[in-house]
Ligand binder design. Sequence first.
Ligand SMILES: *[C@@H]1O[C@H](CO)[C@@H](O)[C@H](O)[C@H]1NC(C)=O
Length: 185
Amino acid sequence: MGLRCFTVFAIFVLAIFPQVQGQPANRLLHLNFGHSSPFSTALETLQKQIGYTFKSIGLLRRAMTHASFSEENNRALAIVGASVIETSASLRYLGKDIDLPAKDLNLRLSEISSVETSCAVDGSRLGLQKIVRVSAKTNSSTPALVCGAFRAIIGAIAIDAGNSDDAGKIFWVVHSGRFGEALAF
Ligand SMILES: *[C@@H]1O[C@H](CO)[C@@H](O)[C@H](O)[C@H]1NC(C)=O
């Protein structure tokens, strides 16, 4: 009897818990679906800055959503982005010098993938720390978070475009600081 009661209770808790847990974030996500919200406006500006318009804006929303904010977040996109950046850099470096020793290639790849000195710098250039959605307790300016958001944008572009070429190009434009020229009028 006691066991049966417990089983029913456990099933009830298991059934309801994920919904309860997911709710606040979902509600916030829905609030942000309006086109005039500051978040939507920031995403519009961001697309102009990087010179890429998303076919699926949901991908950019997700890229600009930290794991502290919702279960629908940018973690997997950041992995894709890191991989796109490495591939694009490898192609560029070996394209310029096919005799580049493996040791030097590795060194350059680790430089361009560095969270603190490269990736977070690129992300801050785009002002991602001011755009990315985080929980109230989370500092959105930490290098790891800004870098994750930057990589996630690159990953999101690759998925949106269906290839890694556009994403690689945009990575170089931002990395070299030559982005947003169209906005400078
Ligand atoms: C947030 O992180 C940045 C970068 O690490 C740091 O400079 C800043 O002091 C932090 N802010 C708070 C409120 O902890």
